[in-house]
Each structure stands twice: as structure tokens, then as C-alpha cells.
Design a protein. Structure first.
Length: 367
């Protein structure tokens, strides 16, 4: 999958941008505050409906305007699919794909699978299980077409069960009905995640050896409950406790991807540099597995590459991206540092873009 055209209007400081990116590497450089991250943000908006910086939509709209638009042409399996999104300050949003309105951002997500590497990526190690669940579910969502519906059904059951738990008079019969349904969906979610994670772990372990010299990295998938027990009976047993807490404490909504080094959480033992490399390896491994399982490719957005990785590891990351053949958008302040990262791959098609005060210009690549 590649983005063949990108049009952005009134998003943050970007006024009106219209570019034809390279299907391989796009290097975006410019001073601090020029609008580089905003361009990546716009691509992310096109892929998943929202920014990677904030869940709020309003801050994305240019202060002088009352809506923003991002439009792109996605090339996939020989066809070109137009996708677009418009968000108004009053909260209205319009999503379009292939000439028709689509109901939600989730419906757009399958057109443009995106991986982001930026300073927030560390949250994978330091953040709450929710961050890692989202990381796992990105892969499951993109490779298992049935997953999203089951996930939505489980969320619905969970909401009903939680509201029932909070009622003064809880109807035991009603609770048993929701438990039964929730157990069924949770087991399905677990099955989807387990299959995907098994494939992900294989790829990750083989990549990691090449990338970082850290011994004893171990990934474990935790399904959200004691797997030696039947989830339906766990739910029944924990009803009283859940009632006191006012919510369902155990289940697939508590799943996690545990990342440890010699038995300790990675965030507690690895240096900052090692953590950076590890999260890059996790992100790259996902792209690999996604390609292997779907024969499609995701797009990588890498914000401020020089700030995130030293020279040696930039080469390594670049080699990986290259071997995957993904379309990549990379930002940085200095043009030359970005170009140099691809020095060892002279055959790659690189397009250079200079951003200045919200305007973009394609620059002749003189490497
Ligand atoms: N809603 C908005 N309307 C107008 N300008 C905005 C809005 N939100 C943010 N900005 C401004 O847009 C500019 C571009 O921000 P962006 O984060 O894209 O810069 P950048 O090139 O990535 O900078 P850096 O190198 O520091 O990361 C900033 O000056 C920011 O203050
Ligand atoms: Mg930035």
C-alpha cells in the first residue's frame, strides 16, 4: 500500500499542501515549528481518523479556520483508491473512501495501515497495558477480518455488564446472560490475539538478534485471565468482587504484551538507547508480519529520526525498512542527516521535501 498523492488543507499550520510522494522514501526537513510533524499527523488522520499526538480533533484545525481536510490516493494491488476526511470545529466529520461515504474512521483504517515511530513509541515499554493492547490489536485488526466485530461485541457486553454491576438491585439472571455472551466473545478475542502474537513473536526474535545486542528479551502474551481456568467460571466467581468495584476486573480488556529482559520489565532495566532500539524492533516486526500474512505493506511514519536513533542504528532501521519495501515518511531538521541515513542504499527512490512556515516544496535530491 502506498500513498500516491497527499492533499492537506487547514490542518495545524499547514495551509494547502498537495504532493506526490515517492512510493519508497520521503524525507521531510525544515526548522522547528515549520510543520513537519503536522504532515505526518495528517497522514495518520487519513489512516485512522485521528492524530497520534492527541485524541482530540479540534486542536488539529487551523486556528483561523473551522475545518480541515486530508485527502489521499492510495495505491493497492494495481488500483488507486481515493480516501478523504474532513473534520469541522462543531464536531461533524465526513469520511470518504472510493467515492462513497463511509460511516466511521474505523472503516477507513483498512485502506491505509500505518505504523508510527516517534518519541511516544516508548510508551510501549513504559505505558499502561492499554498501549500494548492497542499495539497487539493493530496487527490482529489488519490480518483477521473478523476481529473488529467481535471486539466491538465484547465492548458492548462489557458496558452492559458494568452498568448492571452498579445497579442497586442486580438481577442475577441478567448477569448470567451477559456473562455467557461476554465469555464467548472474550474467548474469540483471545484466540485471534494468540494466533497473531505467536506469529509476531517468531518474527520479532529473529529480527532482534540482528538489531540489538541485548540478551534475554522475552515477550509474553497475557490474555487477561488465568488461562488454566475457564473464563466463564472466572466471571461467575468474581461477580461479588466486581460488584463492589463497580466494573469487570478480569477479561480480554485487561490483556497485555509483557516485555521483559531476564525476567524484569524492559522499562526498568534497559538504557534509554536500548529502549529506543527495542521499540523500533517491535514496530518493524509488526510491519514484517503484516506483510507476510496479508501480502500488503504498511506505511511507516518516522518523526524526527535523528533525535530518536544514533547513526549506526539509523542505518540498521533504514535497511530493515528497505528490505520490507514499505513507503516511508521521515522527518528531521537537517536535510543532510536524513539523506545520509540512506547512503548505503543508492538505488532507493528518495523524494525530498522542504517545509517552511506551513508550506512545502519538493527539492531536487542531490545525493
Ligand atoms: N491548530 C493550529 N493552528 C495553527 N497553528 C498550529 C496549530 N496547532 C499547532 N500549530 C503550530 O504549527 C506549527 C507546526 O508544528 P509541528 O509540530 O508540525 O512542527 P515541526 O516542524 O514538527 O517542529 P519540530 O521540529 O519542533 O518538531 C507550530 O508552530 C505550532 O505552534
Ligand atoms: Mg516535530
Amino acid at each position: 500500500m502506498t500513498l500516491k498523492r497527499l492533499f492537506i488543507q487547514h490542518l495545524r499550520n499547514l495551509d494547502s499542501i498537495d504532493i506526490s510522494p515517492s512510493e519508497q522514501v520521503n524525507l521531510i526537513f525544515g526548522e522547528n515549528g515549520s510543520g513537519k510533524t503536522s504532515i505526518l499527523e495528517a497522514i495518520n488522520v487519513l489512516g485512522v481518523g485521528r492524530s497520534f499526538r492527541s485524541h482530540k480533533h479540534k486542536p488539529l484545525i487551523n486556528h483561523q479556520q473551522d475545518s480541515f481536510t486530508v485527502f489521499g490516493k492510495v495505491s493497492a494491488e494495481g488500483t488507486e483508491i481515493p480516501v478523504g476526511i474532513n473534520r469541522q470545529a462543531n464536531g461533524t466529520a465526513t469520511f470518504k473512501a472510493n467515492g462513497a461515504l463511509v460511516p466511521s474512521a474505523a472503516a477507513l483504517a483498512s485502506y491505509l495501515p500505518i505504523q508510527v515511530i516517534n518519541s511516544d513509541t516508548f510508551q510501549l515499554l513504559e505505558g499502561s497495558p492499554k498501549v500494548r493492547r492497542q499495539f497487539m490489536d493493530w496487527l490482529v485488526f489488519h490480518v483477521e477480518p473478523g476481529f473488529f466485530q467481535v471486539w466491538k461485541d465484547a465492548q458492548r457486553c462489557l458496558k452492559h455488564r458494568n452498568s448492571l454491576l452498579r445497579r442497586d438491585r442486580m438481577d442475577r439472571f441478567e448477569l448470567a446472560t451477559w456473562d455467557k455472551e461476554l465469555a464467548q466473545y472474550s474467548e474469540q478475542i483471545h484466540a485471534y490475539r494468540q494466533v497473531c502474537m505467536t506469529k509476531f513473536f517468531e518474527t520479532f526474535y529473529s529480527l532482534i538478534q540482528e538489531f540489538i545486542a541485548i540478551e534475554g528479551i522475552e515477550l509474553t502474551y497475557y490474555c487477561g485471565w488465568d488461562q488454566n481456568k475457564d473464563y466463564a467460571s472466572i466471571l461467575a466467581d468474581s461477580a461479588e468482587k466486581d460488584r463492589r468495584q463497580g466494573f469487570t476486573q478480569i477479561g480480554s480488556h485487561r490483556a497485555d504484551l509483557r516485555i521483559a529482559v531476564k525476567g524484569f520489565p524492559a522499562a526498568e532495566v534497559l538504557s534509554r538507547g536500548q529502549q529506543k532500539l527495542l521499540v523500533c524492533a517491535l514496530k518493524i516486526a509488526q510491519g514484517y508480519v503484516f506483510s507476510r500474512l496479508t501480502e500488503r505493506r504498511c506505511i511507516y511514519l518516522i518523526d524526527d529520526l535523528p533525535a530518536e536513533l544514533d547513526e549506526q542504528h539509523r542505518y540498521l532501521l533504514v535497511r530493515w525498512l528497505d528490505s520490507m519495501g514499505t513507503q516511508t515518511f521521515v522527518t528531521g531538521v537537517e536535510q543532510q542527516i536524513l539523506i545520509d541515513a540512506w547512503r548505503q542504499l543508492p538505488g532507493t527512490e528518495i523524494k525530498l521535501f522542504h517545509v517552511e512556515q506551513g508550506k512545502i516544496q519538493a527539492v531536487i535530491n542531490s545525493r
